[in-house]
Ligand binder design. Structure first.
Ligand code: MIG
Length: 659
């Protein structure tokens, strides 16, 4: 069996989510190997002792998903802790690698889905639903990687960003004025640290209104965009899902007039609150609303903007007007009663349960192109359709160039329209390791342009954490340092050892010909850019337990140091490899290490790269910006290979690549 086979089974009356691009006729009968219980609304399948379960894209815990309960229900969850079940994304794709075969499933269902993967019963996977209406795709193949490719043929080719989006980006919530941003650009330049992007968080807007720019803090925005671009820096503004309710604000007024906002059962627009204060949520599931909202991005692309990040699109809700009223009236009732301790907890729970309250998702409806559907039933599509709105407008309005686009919330299928970042992590060493484990899983589900907030978003970071995190981040396509308002500042010039930081960022720029080439090959061939070791070395049972080393492209394995105060780490080599210990792009030592376990030294400023046998790592001279990288002076580090054997993909990095 060479081509993996895909079968579709339909249960109940599923909505068309747009996840899949290939039309496969639904099979009669039941999927082999699965037990279907429509009364309990569950699908179950036994797992062998040896079964490894991959998938679920952006979630918590390990690359092998066994032993936990994961819930697909997009959540504004800033605490990415082991005990949580959901993050911002729903990628209902699981691969089971049994002793003797590989099979995968994709559950196409836009509402809540629970994946109990050996949590209740260690030898069983059980998938449960609130509504038993879904398409189940069963994919069989020779190997997990072949299955991934079939899955991507089913769900469509991954989004391709412009090449400059592989450069380094500095971000922070709290750059309030054009001068704040000029300072960032200037200080990077003074230190000669490469920089391609500065991100603009919600602070740039006027009163947090989408598609506005605060005219006092950013006078003459188009010329500021140009000033930055002349320095080689692109500004990347954020767009939030909620639209401020304010008379005279065009987006609000047009949305009301056209009926483009999400409505309550009584037909009035839902009133929620997020950063702008009270907002309405655009009904991204309505194609007309999508076209309308998408075209609003033009106000910024007309000013010279070439990239965006979509935020708060789970959607995050601080409160809804209706729920808040209910809470106040319950509290008023409580006020006159003697509270016992349980009453007190109940009182406190009322307050704590205001933000992102699940019941709020049952208060509003979509016009899903003619079908009135409660938000709760299609919750996981919201961020996907917001990003589709933007991306399709770029195809209409910016035909001749690629636009950078990534989102916080996502669902399978959104990978055709944009990338994702992994949301509000913390400046914790454990979240550096989580970043390592999330990357291969995201790649399996087609999200290739992805990365974490390097250095950590919440909490105060430390110089060594930023350094170690960047040492992994130089291999992730989205390479952005971002942090939250009120936390310790973490631009690289805030720290003492800016020489080492410069060396690390320069190494990224040296690697860009390789990174871009490998990324593009993965995108164009429906493959993966970052892979678990077990995808390449399936006959080595040891690698199935190695989750802190990953393969990046065809030539290298990386093994970041992810603990504080360590000057090295244990590394497992599935075959002989060439260790390259980089202190900078042109200062490194090389050593052949034999297959097996090694303790490998890596001082704080050192990056470990392992070149696979028969492979080549091309390196460019670093440049200050991606566009300036010189491909005519590449050097190569090889291990038992001829440098000419490397198949380099390159293009102008801007022209959209036709499917
Ligand atoms: O409620 O725009 O994940 O990256 O800096 C927080 C402010 C809203 C959440 C995003 C984060 C961003 C922040 N946003």
């Amino acid at each position: 069996m060479n081509e993996a086979s895909i079968q579709r089974y339909t249960f109940g009356n599923p909505l068309h989510t747009g996840a899949v691009v290939k039309d496969i006729a639904a099979q009669s009968g039941l999927p082999a190997g699965w037990k279907i219980d429509s009364d309990q609304k569950t699908l179950t399948r036994p797992m062998q002792k040896e079964t490894v379960v991959y998938g679920l894209g952006e979630t918590l815990r390990g690359i092998n998903k066994r032993g936990w309960l994961y819930t697909s229900y997009n959540s504004d969850e800033p605490h990415h802790e082991e005990g949580k079940h959901s993050l911002y994304a729903s990628h209902n794709f699981l691969i089971f690698e049994d002793k003797d075969k590989c099979v995968a499933i994709f559950i196409d269902h836009p509402g809540r889905v629970n994946f109990d993967i050996g949590y209740s019963d260690k030898d069983m996977v059980s998938i449960s639903f609130e509504d038993f209406d879904f398409d189940m795709y069963l994919i069989e193949g020779e190997s997990p990687e072949k299955i991934v490719t079939s899955f991507r043929k089913l769900t469509g080719r991954s989004y391709i960003p412009p090449k400059w989006a592989f450069g380094y980006g500095q971000s922070r919530w709290g750059y309030k004025t054009a001068d704040d941003i000029r300072t960032v650009a200037k200080r990077y330049k003074e230190l000669n640290i490469p920089l391609d992007m500065i991100y603009m968080d919600i602070d740039y807007m006027k009163d947090f209104k989408d598609f506005t720019v605060n005219p006092e803090r950013f006078p003459d925005f188009p010329s500021f965009v140009k000033e930055m671009k002349d320095m080689g820096i692109r500004l990347i503004p954020i767009i939030d899902a909620g639209v401020k309710i304010e008379e005279g604000y065009d987006v609000y007024e047009e949305g009301v007039k056209e009926g483009f906002f999400c409505k309550k059962d009584d037909g009035t627009n839902l009133v929620a609150a997020v950063w702008p204060g009270k907002v309405h949520f655009p009904d991204f599931l309505n194609s007309k609303a999508r076209e309308w909202f998408g075209d609003k991005y033009k106000t910024l692309t007309d000013a010279g903007i070439e990239g965006f990040w979509n935020d708060m699109n789970e959607p995050a809700i601080f409160y809804t007007e209706d729920h808040l009223k209910e809470v106040f009236s319950e509290i008023k009732e409580m006020e006159n009663k003697e509270l016992d301790i349980w009453g007190f907890f109940q009182f406190r729970g009322l307050i704590e349960g205001i933000a992102n309250n699940g019941d709020d998702y049952r208060r509003f409806f979509h016009d899903f192109d003619g079908i009135k559907v409660c938000h709760d039933k299609v919750h996981n599509l919201y961020g996907f359709y917001m990003t589709m709105a933007a991306s399709q407008s770029f195809e209409r309005n910016n035909k001749d160039k690629r636009i950078l686009m990534f989102s916080r919330a996502s669902y399978t299928g959104m990978h055709r329209y944009g990338g994702v970042w992994t949301g509000d992590n913390m400046s914790w060493w454990s979240h550096l390791l989580l970043n390592v484990k999330q990357m291969p899983s995201l790649n399996m589900t087609g999200f290739l342009y992805t990365g974490a907030d390097l250095g950590g978003f919440g909490c105060d970071t430390t110089e060594d954490l930023v350094m170690r995190w960047l040492e992994f981040g130089i291999f992730t396509p989205l390479f952005r340092n971002h942090s939250a308002l009120g936390t310790r500042e973490q631009e690289l010039y805030q720290f003492k050892d800016n020489v080492s930081f410069k060396n690390i960022i320069e190494l990224r720029y040296s690697l860009i010909p390789y990174i871009y080439s490998e990324f593009m090959k993965a995108a164009l061939n429906d493959g993966m850019y970052i892979k678990p070791l077990s995808f390449e070395y399936p006959s080595d049972k040891r690698v199935y337990e190695v989750e802190d080393q990953v393969l990046v492209g065809e030539s290298i394995m990386v093994s970041p140091v992810y603990e504080q105060n360590k000057t090295g780490r244990y590394v497992y080599l599935p075959e002989d490899m060439k260790l390259v210990r980089f202190r900078s792009y042109n200062n490194y030592d090389e050593e052949i290490l034999s297959a097996g376990d090694h303790y490998v030294k890596a001082e704080l400023n050192e990056v470990l790269v392992f070149i696979r046998k028969g492979h080549v790592l091309p390196l460019a001279k670093p440049a200050m910006h991606v566009d300036e990288i010189d491909y005519s002076t590449l050097s190569y580090i090889t291990y038992d290979a001829d440098s000419s054997s490397y198949n380099m993909y390159n293009d102008d990095g801007v022209t959209p690549v036709n499917s």
